[in-house]
Design a protein around this ligand. Structure first.
Ligand code: NAD
Ligand code: UDP
Length: 339
């Protein structure tokens, strides 16, 4: 009786992706029913293969840009549907912008119609190339709205604006997580982000690509910590009323990360420098005092622990990776062109 009262119907948009698949797994593990909605743009069937056999798991293939029509009642919606890696979100920038704006709008409408609680996966990218360090939630950011990252940064900022408009109007109980660089098992080998690139390149004895000087910084959060934070945010009895940073405040230069990977993987790979992408943030570290206070959450897994776990996963999965590697920058598409 108790279990059925607590069992919730939860939609995870983007549930076949890296973070989304871990979130689906954690929610099923807590006894909930999970609907995973995904277009498989960057997600993979392999990520959710083991979940598909679960009686409380259902997969819906669709693009969130299209109206989302589901028959089930819903208690909670997590919106993770968006490519997250710079080369992937820049491959079709118009589609990225529409995914974040129209997709979030469609899911908020669904939340409104079902009286479902809503967690939005926003990003540290809303701070752009920050002039304030570490980044607190009240920092309004420094984003280039016409640059190549704008499709994602401004798309996520517009999505946050939509969320808070719904919340202020009292229509939906919305919570916004600003996620900082997260890594772990199930990242695509061709994801293009720094942790997966360093690991895959080192394992394959391929040149390890450092963009720019490598002195730019990031703060890396292990995926299970992030998932715990997202669930804590959804389950908080009262909506925080503002965005919440979720990330690990331990900050590393890219050179330090490369050195750690090289210490852990015996490799013949050499380090090579490539041009720094336009608008690449120079430093990034979350201030997580709000999450500590309001959610009683903080990361548990240091990079020194999460990195070897991630390397072990990539090493084991290496044989299994039948995907043809994407080019470093996927071919540019443009969804805005008339067909
Ligand atoms: P990911 O690319 O692995 O997962 C995104 C998922 O969304 C994929 O399964 C993809 O197929 C799906 N998707 C993309 N566009 C879609 C669309 N139009 N319709 C339906 N499904 C679509 O990325 P991730 O790292 O797991 O990120 C998940 C979420 O967290 C994203 O919203 C991302 O912006 C956010 N985030 C992630 C990080 C990070 O470091 N991983 C940092 C900041 C924010
Ligand atoms: N980066 C790098 N080599 C790579 C991939 C990324 O030096 O092969 C750098 C990138 O320029 C950025 C940092 O690593 O400064 C983090 O990049 P990532 O794409 O992982 O995430 P984001 O820039 O979105 O934080």
């Amino acid at each position: 009786m108790m279990a059925s009262v607590l069992k919730k119907n939860i939609l995870v948009a983007g549930g076949a992706g890296f973070v989304g698949s871990h979130l689906c797994e954690a929610l099923l593990g807590r006894g909930h029913r999970v609907i995973c909605l995904d277009s498989f743009l960057t997600g993979r069937e392999a990520n959710i293969l083991s979940l598909c056999a679960h009686r409380d798991f259902r997969l819906v293939r669709q693009d969130v840009i299209d109206p989302v029509i589901l028959s089930e009642p819903l208690d909670q919606i997590y919106n993770l549907a968006s490519p997250a890696s710079p080369p992937h979100y820049q491959a079709d920038p118009v589609h990225t912008m529409l995914t974040n704006v129209l997709g979030t709008s469609n899911l908020l409408k669904l939340a409104l119609s079902r009286k479902a609680r809503f967690v939005q996966a926003s990003t540290s990218e809303v701070y752009g190339d920050p002039e304030s360090h570490p980044q607190k939630e009240d920092y309004v950011g420094h984003v280039n709205c016409t640059g190549p990252r704008a499709c994602y940064d401004e798309g996520k900022r517009a999505a946050e604006a939509l969320c808070f408009d719904y919340a202020r109007a009292g229509h939906v109980d919305v919570r916004v997580a600003r996620i900082f660089n997260t890594y772990g098992p199930r990242m695509r080998p061709d994801d293009g982000r720094i942790v997966s690139n360093m690991i895959v390149q080192a394992l394959e004895d391929q040149p390890m690509t450092i963009y720019g000087s490598g002195e730019q910084t990031r703060s890396f959060c292990y995926v299970s910590d992030l998932v715990a934070g997202l669930i804590a945010l959804m389950d908080a009895p009262v909506a925080p009323g503002s965005a919440i940073n979720l990330g690990n405040p331990q900050e590393f230069t890219i050179n330090e990360l490369a050195a750690m990977v090289r210490d852990l993987i015996p490799t013949r790979a050499r380090l090579v420098h490539r041009p720094l992408p336009q608008d690449d943030p120079r430093r990034r570290r979350p201030d997580i005092n709000r999450a500590r206070t309001l959610l009683n959450w903080q990361p548990q897994i240091a990079l020194s622990e999460g990195l070897p776990r991630t390397i072990d996963w990539f090493a084991a999965a290496q044989q299994d990776m039948s995907l043809p590697p994407l080019p470093a920058r996927p071919a540019m598409q443009f969804s805005g062109l008339p067909t």
